[in-house]
Design a binder for this molecule. Structure first.
Ligand code: ATP
Ligand code: MG
Length: 193
């Protein structure tokens, strides 16, 4: 049982893409305060324009703002996943969000990484201010986009056939590190249950 929030005040960093696949792979509800393409792709997807309710077993996909309501949900979340891309604006916005929620378990999710050095740069910039923050990354890949477009989760798409297993091998391994946190031996999952 977990409440997972995917948040960033920066647009276009991959919140919806990750939230959809995670929710579907975990069999969780997907809840958003943002009109989103996921709504007709997943039967457990719900849109709440305001007063988004707190539920267990839910992945929250918050639009690019934090209001009173999303602030409450973020404070009740077991984990906040913070997608961050390699640009100053995105990193600055992430640092502010981390500062505002520093008592929470936060996973910085460096997304759309073109080479490993980019991930290292983001990690360094974050760790300069918050040395012990959990960090993971996902390369630039069509995995999440193609999954969402077809209505499949990343796992469903990856496992479709030998070709997709080959095509998405590395990206899926990176995505799976996040998924794993919430299954059997998941670190964050265990802490709170
Ligand atoms: N790892 C990745 N590699 C390449 N493209 C990606 C990756 N993750 C997401 N994208 C693409 O980036 C774009 C923005 O992603 P997405 O809509 O998930 O971001 P968002 O943070 O939810 O945006 P918004 O703030 O508008 O809601 C989409 O076209 C998506 O397919
Ligand atoms: Mg979105």
């Amino acid at each position: 049982m977990a409440i997972i929030s995917i948040a960033s005040t920066k647009g276009g960093v991959g919140k919806t893409s990750l939230a959809f696949s995670l929710a579907k792979d975990l069999g969780y509800r997907y809840a958003t305060n943002d009109m989103s393409v996921t709504l007709n792709k997943y039967k457990n997807a719900r849109y709440y324009p305001n007063n988004i309710p707190l539920y267990p077993d839910t992945v929250y996909d918050f639009g690019g703002f934090v209001d009173k309501n999303s602030d409450e949900i973020l404070r009740e979340s077991d984990i906040i996943i913070l997608p961050t891309t390699n640009d100053l604006n995105s990193i600055m916005k992430s640092l502010i969000l981390i500062k505002n929620f520093r008592e929470k378990t936060i996973l910085v999710f460096a997304n759309m990484i073109d080479n490993p050095n980019d991930a290292a740069i983001i990690r360094e910039k974050i760790h300069e201010h918050f040395p012990n923050l959990a960090f993971t990354y996902l390369r630039r890949t069509k995995l999440l986009k193609n999954a969402l477009e077809t209505g499949m989760s990343a796992t469903e798409l990856y496992e479709m056939n030998n070709q997709t297993r080959h095509l998405y091998k590395q990206a899926y391994a990176e995505y799976h590190k996040i998924l794993k946190l919430f299954t059997t031996d998941g670190r964050y999952f265990k802490e709170k249950s």
